[in-house]
Design a protein around this ligand. Sequence first.
Ligand SMILES: Cc1cc2nc3c(=O)[nH]c(=O)nc-3n(C[C@H](O)[C@H](O)[C@H](O)COP(=O)(O)OP(=O)(O)OC[C@H]3O[C@@H](n4cnc5c(N)ncnc54)[C@H](O)[C@@H]3O)c2cc1C
Ligand SMILES: NC(=O)c1ccc[n+]([C@@H]2O[C@H](COP(=O)([O-])OP(=O)(O)OC[C@H]3O[C@@H](n4cnc5c(N)ncnc54)[C@H](O)[C@@H]3O)[C@@H](O)[C@H]2O)c1
Length: 470
Amino acid sequence: MTHYDLAIIGSGSGNTIITPEWDDKRIAIIEGGTFGGTCLNVGCIPTKMFVYPAELARAADEAGRLGVDLQHTGTRWTDLRDRIFTRIDSISDAGRVYRADELQHVDLYEEDLRFTGDHSLRTNAGTEITADQVVVAAGSRAVIPDIPGLDLPQVHTSDTVMRLEEQPRRMLIIGGGYIAAEFAHIFSALGTDVTLAVRSGHMLRSLDDTISERFTEKALAQWKVLTRHQVDRVDANADGSVTANVTGPDGTALSVEADVVLVATGRTPNSDRVGAAAVGFDETEDGRIAVDPFQRVLRDGKPVPGVWALGDISSPFQLKHVANHEARVVSHNLLHPEALHTSDHRYVPAAVFTRPQIATVGLTEEQALERAERTGSRVAVAVQQYGSTAYGWAMEDTTGIVKVLAEEDSGIILGAHIMGHEASNLIQPIIQAMHFGLDAFTMARGQYWIHPALTEVVENALLSLKAPST
Ligand SMILES: Cc1cc2nc3c(=O)[nH]c(=O)nc-3n(C[C@H](O)[C@H](O)[C@H](O)COP(=O)(O)OP(=O)(O)OC[C@H]3O[C@@H](n4cnc5c(N)ncnc54)[C@H](O)[C@@H]3O)c2cc1C
Ligand SMILES: NC(=O)c1ccc[n+]([C@@H]2O[C@H](COP(=O)([O-])OP(=O)(O)OC[C@H]3O[C@@H](n4cnc5c(N)ncnc54)[C@H](O)[C@@H]3O)[C@@H](O)[C@H]2O)c1
């Protein structure tokens, strides 16, 4: 049995904890999958490397009505795929080699380890290690619903769909959340015929209703979206394709033929994969390892000394920037036990890199109204069209909106929801204002806004904040 000062389970965000301050200590980093974790290998990075070419392919649709005739004449799938993964795989390999071979004080274990005690871990093969401090950064994995046929080779998750041998002609996507929206955009833009089977009436239901409703309209206009439809089973056909039996709201049955099925029905934390329950760590209702604001793992509501968790395994957000933030907090706390930091989850933003792009931060309108009831305040809401600003005219934009919510009297910004071109960039000044306590009125009038940049739509939204009743 080898003893370490620090053991880290998971080489995604957990890998960033190995800083020069640990150079004179012994560290074990444990990775049972691909070095670098989800974001690098199968998540944020490759998806966005597909989204950008998808945007270029879609430009052909936009340009015609502005008087520029472009044509998307084809996608070289294998070139696109190989360019992306040549880059990603080499980053993953280099990270692996650095940890495994180049750092003398770090040992890399390339198999799954599970807790046998608070500070002891074992592999299935029997390797055992112990550590004074353990960081659990073991992430989450795709959920596969219990639907007959989802074990067929034509059925993929986000882990495998980006590495397909050839671009599918037809794809059925099960789910209506982040991953469904992003892959519908990618594959459809590149030329695949995309159908989505969405359980509820709207896509991206976790977002503000205005965005979810307007996005669903846009989705219906560009993909085949079967809202309120449930996939009952998937069967293989003799020609290598599959047929999905789908049931609609009134019980009507439908068959959807596809070459590939993408299951995008959420991700579950890997708490079971590290054996968290066996050693009695607290878990949340949705199976995450429970932590306190200092990222300390809890048992019976109290911190387990020297055991920390971060990222998807403990976070309700399942976002890389949150995992990174929590890793910075854990990193500090490991080295400064006398002055612990807490994680800041007040205003967690997110973007969905679909078409149109979406970005969100803070409360939805529904949540803001609930808050107003509790606090006795009033909510001001403004929805500004991109098309009402000069840059929006230049784009002839008919889709983009910025919705902002603020407390009516104080102007405290409660939330912002943007759908349209570069939403993920446009929202950043609002995230900054929320974090640094800048109210909507000061934010709007207390600075220059470049004319005629698209940011003027944010300025105008802030200026037109009005209470719903006025
Ligand atoms: C398709 C897709 C697109 C995404 N796009 C975005 C995006 O654009 N922006 C964004 O913010 N977020 C995005 N996310 C979410 C983001 O990828 C995750 O929130 C983030 O990667 C979580 O990081 P983590 O460090 O918690 O876990 P991971 O990076 O998943 O690392 C955990 C690692 O632990 C390993 N492991 C698990 N159990 C064990 C064990 N018992 N022993 C040894 N090793 C173990 C796993 O193999 C894994 O490599 C996306 C996710 C997906 C799937
Ligand atoms: N741009 C980003 O930041 C980004 C991109 C992709 C993924 N992610 C992260 O990854 C997480 C997982 O993404 P996701 O899209 O899988 O999850 P999600 O929670 O966003 O969406 C899951 C969807 O599947 C549906 N669903 C669940 N069970 C189902 C079933 N049995 N049958 C049919 N539909 C079912 C849900 O109604 C929902 O529409 C996200 O929550 C997000 O945090 C982030």
